[in-house]
Design a protein around this ligand. Structure first.
Ligand code: BYC
Length: 321
């Protein structure tokens, strides 16, 4: 069977909506694309714990603290499922983590912005988790089985995250004038970076065409961004808050909201490592990795000890005699 045949058969499977599983034949470029996207996604979940983790000790009540702790722990869990999904493609987890720690790997631009007030925790849940769900619901139908299945659970948890964020925004927006102002300020700072989460414009998106053909992506960056704006504008109206975009308006003909131009220079600057918190985020991950060295060493020592015991078990000794 020629190589071309294998590729044709692979594409036919994708076209017939058959999931690709770890041991199935796949083009190397498909494997590489998935490892790239899934590992970037895993890193985003892990780095994404940092801006919110910043507020755990300062949550305004015990209830808020418990909820935030649970949410941040969920993000760690998402990172772990995703690293496992990348491993099913033959990726080495240690290598992926090293790529993050050395600044070689990308992760979502959004997590390079600071969380300066409690209202930011509301805005992140509402907007950042909201944008993440919009993108990830499509990924539950991705052609690669382990990725698609991980997304199902992740989406359920993200939808709880989105609601907790919106509930914080609702409490603040209906609170004192100072609280409402904090909520508005958080919306002003998080709106545009949230729209950037969907990636470059379709015309500038290097991977979209091939990823759509392989059904890794089912909707384009611009389609998802538009969908996000359309559902979020009425939510802001309900809160009595103003989206910081003078060009935002309903377009009757298109049946969608028109919105202003994203600052792409800012986007690429953050993606290339020069956002407000990029260095701080990587430093925090490096410190966590170094501080956790003893846990990894202890786990390896324990596994070795267990293996040794197996070697000298009574059964093994009897067999040896
Ligand atoms: N930030 O060709 P394109 C969460 C890169 S975390 C940084 O359109 P693609 C949460 C892109 O990687 C959930 N880089 O790429 C956690 C590519 O660079 P490379 C995060 C970006 O892959 C904690 C280049 O730009 N979600 O929910 O077809 C607390 C060209 O882009 C960004 C995911 O990770 C960006 N925003 O499409 C709270 C979803 N955008 O690799 C919440 C999974 C683009 O060629 N990922 N780039 O060097 C995806 O769905 C896709 O990778 C994207 C981009 C839609 C993001």
């Amino acid at each position: 069977m020629t190589h071309l045949n294998l590729e044709d058969q692979f594409q036919a499977k994708i076209d017939a909506e058959t999931k690709i599983e770890p041991k199935d034949w796949m083009p190397e470029a498909y494997r590489k694309t998935l490892i790239r996207q899934i590992s970037q996604h895993a890193h985003s979940e892990i780095v994404g714990m940092l801006p919110e983790g910043n507020w755990i000790t300062r949550a305004p009540s015990l209830r808020r603290k418990l909820i935030l702790l649970a949410k941040v722990q969920d993000e760690a869990g998402h990172g772990l499922y995703l690293y496992s999904a990348a491993e099913t493609l033959g990726a080495n987890r240690d290598e992926l983590v090293q790529q993050l720690l050395t600044g070689k790997a990308k992760y979502s631009s959004i997590f390079n912005y600071p969380t300066t007030s409690w209202a930011d925790i509301g805005a992140i849940g509402w907007l950042v988790d909201g944008a993440a769900i919009m993108n990830q619901v499509m990924l539950t139908r991705a052609s690669y089985g382990p990725y698609a299945r991980a997304m199902v659970r992740i989406c359920k948890e993200e939808s709880f995250h989105q609601r907790q964020g919106y509930e914080i925004m609702m409490t603040m927006a209906k609170g004192s004038p100072a609280q409402k102002q904090m909520a508005q300020d958080a919306l002003n700072r998080w709106w545009w970076p949230s729209l950037m989460m969907f990636g470059p414009k379709d015309d500038d998106s290097a991977h979209s065409e091939q990823s759509m053909k392989w059904k890794i992506k089912r909707k384009s960056n611009d389609e998802l961004r538009q969908q996000f704006v359309d559902v979020t504008v009425p939510q802001a109206e309900y809160l009595g808050l103003t989206i910081p975009d003078p060009d935002l308006q309903w377009n009757e003909d298109r049946g969608h909201y028109d919105f202003g131009e994203i600052n792409w220079e800012e986007f690429w600057n953050v993606v290339k490592g020069n956002g407000p918190c990029n260095r701080q985020r990587i430093q925090a991950r490096v410190k966590a990795y170094e501080d956790g060295a003893w846990v990894r060493e202890a786990a390896v020592a324990y596994a070795e000890k267990k293996d040794q015991r197996k070697l000298v078990s009574p059964k093994a000794q009897a067999e040896a005699a």
